[in-house]
Design a protein around this ligand. Structure first.
Ligand SMILES: O=c1ccn([C@H]2C[C@H](O)[C@@H](CO)O2)c(=O)[nH]1
Ligand SMILES: [Zn+2]
Length: 149
């Protein structure tokens, strides 16, 4: 099922807006993420760093944890934005985290900081669209735990 263009614009814009709350005094690298739930809600997240550097939480996981802790576990799209001109893709930990709750076919929109709504159907370098399965092929997931003989 593809995402309607007006919703896709709102989701990418929400990821760009989510950067404003980023707490990143150490890296100064702002990241915003926005999840679209199956029932049409948009859940934003930003990266939240810590003086103990390894304690940083990425924007993607912030959005996912916010949603799941509010009882939302079914998603149809994710958008990610930074202040970088080229699209930035989720880190390895976030890919696995996304894999837990999202289908391999779910789209992830990675937006350039220069993206504007007129670029909704653009490709790189303004917008990179990949599925969960494309960014995390041959993945391990919850179903695998059921395969024990
Ligand atoms: O996809 C990404 C990549 C990095 N970060 C955050 C983690 C850290 O706060 C900062 C620099 O790595 O960016 C994210 O939130 N998402
Ligand atoms: Zn991450």
């Amino acid at each position: 099922m593809s995402i309607p263009v007006d919703i896709k614009i709102k989701l990418i814009q929400a990821a760009l807006d989510a950067r404003d709350a980023a707490y990143c005094p150490y890296s100064k690298f702002r990241v915003g993420a926005a999840l679209l739930s199956a029932d049409g809600q948009i859940i934003k997240g930003c990266n939240v760093e810590n003086a103990s550097y390894g304690g940083a939480i990425c924007a993607e996981r912030t959005a996912m944890v916010k949603a799941v802790s509010d009882g939302i576990k079914s998603f149809t799209a994710l958008a990610v934005a930074t202040d970088v001109e080229a699209p930035i893709s989720p880190c390895g930990i976030c890919r696995q985290f996304i894999r837990e709750f999202c289908k391999p076919s779910m789209p992830i929109y990675m937006a350039s900081a220069k993206w504007t709504p007129k670029d909704v159907n653009a490709t790189e370098p303004l917008l990179l669209e990949q599925t969960v399965g494309q960014i995390l092929p041959h993945s391990f997931g919850p179903e695998d735990l059921e395969k024990v003989a």
